[in-house]
Ligand binder design. Structure first.
Ligand code: CAA
Length: 378
């Protein structure tokens, strides 16, 4: 694997870094107050960030997967909210249509998703089906030229804001995971009900809602892939999706390390900067080592994905390790800031709150271990 970014990838990194500093950083406070960054997503669409990997024929920038991961990584250093919105929109909101959709579906939805006119979301999780995603209860029954969907979904990132939802429902309850099908659902379809807006520990600018489908009629033309292929579509897109969340985690870990290092160089106690106290220097050393190791895992998985090679195991490893690095770095950053770290005057308490969910969504750390061990054991 080449550890140097290409000129094109470096250009992407610099462009996103600049955008994050000039446009996103000033809006972080509003996002913390719960405001959804719709106007920033529009600008990201203009910059080509909402369709980074989509082919140019569908309005995308047709860059490689690593460039997409660089973008999430850079956004997340400034705002983990922007990182997760882009990751869900792309990996599990747009890519299922690109990889499993027919030409009509791609022509209809991908250009709007790639331009940022539409936002994408992914509806797998249900009240009784979280880690055990295959036990979902939402039903889709064929009725003439439609499917009729009934059920409810929870923890839907971008929910309510998104225009297009990839919804998983059972078309054959006898067949287990082989009876699950995927549908493209548009917001506003009769029977599509937006429910409770979750009040979360972190990621305040990202919307997470419950959805209910009541007698919701979806045209047969919006079935994604074939009946019964839904679970594989979900799992295949989550493989790559997890690299996005790993890149978001890496961004949080890097931000925590940078803030803690700067503060430790400035803050004087016992007559010298606390960075020169071994207890603090060792914390910074451990954080920097974890960041470096996470970076290698994240970009190794991204490289495999860019090359079109299998990456399920490496994606799970990257997410498992990088999310732990984010949590550990955020905890230690708060500790290094001491009492100030516990206040909202410094960003480390936000990193701490934002980091936790990276060990939970797109498969908990325990699920990543299941995925890795399944790969090892065959
Ligand atoms: N790619 C393609 N197919 C796959 C696959 C993959 N990565 N993983 C499994 N499959 C296939 C299997 O081959 C199998 O197919 P056959 O029936 O033809 O043999 C089928 O799927 C069932 O596989 P398993 O028996 O392994 O399935 P399982 O029920 O034991 O579940 C699991 C496996 C890995 C635990 C899975 O349930 C899982 O990933 N759970 C976590 C769910 C999750 O990540 N949810 C995230 C929600 S989205 C989100 O969080 C977004 C957000 O808001 C940020």
């Amino acid at each position: 694997m080449n550890l140097q970014f290409t000129d094109e990838q470096l250009m992407m990194r610099n462009m996103v870094r600049d955008f994050a500093q000039t446009e996103i950083a000033p809006f972080v406070e509003q996002m913390e107050a719960g405001e959804f960054p719709r106007h920033l997503l529009k600008k990201m669409g203009e910059l080509g960030l909402m369709g980074i990997t989509a082919p140019t024929e569908y309005g995308g920038a047709e860059m490689d997967f690593t460039s997409y991961i660089i973008a999430i990584n850079e956004l997340s250093k400034v705002s983990a909210v922007m990182g997760v919105i882009l990751s869900v929109h792309t990996s599990v909101g747009t890519n299922p249509i690109l990889y499993f959709g027919n030409d009509i579906q791609k022509q209809k939805y991908v250009p709007k998703l790639a331009s940022g006119e539409f936002i994408g979301a992914f509806c797998l999780t249900e009240p009784g089906a979280g880690s055990d995603a295959g036990s979902l209860k939402t039903r889709a029954v064929r009725d003439g030229d439609d499917y009729v969907l009934d059920g409810s979904k929870v923890f839907i990132t971008n929910g309510g804001e998104a225009d297009v939802y990839i919804v998983f429902a059972s078309t054959n309850s006898e067949a287990g995971t082989r009876g699950i099908s995927a549908f493209i659902v548009e917001k506003g379809t009769p029977g599509f009900i937006i429910g409770k807006d979750e009040k979360k520990m972190g990621l305040h600018g990202s919307r997470t809602v419950q959805l209910t489908f009541e007698n919701m009629r979806i045209p047969v033309g919006n079935l994604l892939g074939n009946e019964g292929e839904g679970f594989k579509i979900a799992m295949a897109n989550l493989d790559a999706g997890r690299i996005g969340i790993a890149a978001q985690s890496l961004g949080i870990a890097e931000a925590a390390l940078e803030a803690a290092t700067d503060y430790a160089k400035e803050r004087v106690q016992f007559g010298k900067p606390i960075a020169q106290q071994q207890a603090v220097g060792f914390k910074l050393a451990d954080m920097a080592t974890a960041v470096e190791a996470a970076k290698l895992l994240v970009y190794r998985a991204a490289h495999l994905r860019s090359e079109g090679l299998p990456c399920g195991k490496e994606a799970a490893m990257a997410k498992l390790f990088a999310s732990q690095a984010a949590m550990d770095s955020a905890i230690e950053a708060v500790q290094i800031f001491g009492g100030y770290g516990y206040t909202e005057d410094y960003p480390v308490e936000r990193y701490f709150r934002d980091a936790k969910v990276t060990q939970i969504y797109e498969g908990t750390s325990e699920i990543q271990r299941i995925v890795i061990s399944k790969h090892l054991l065959g």
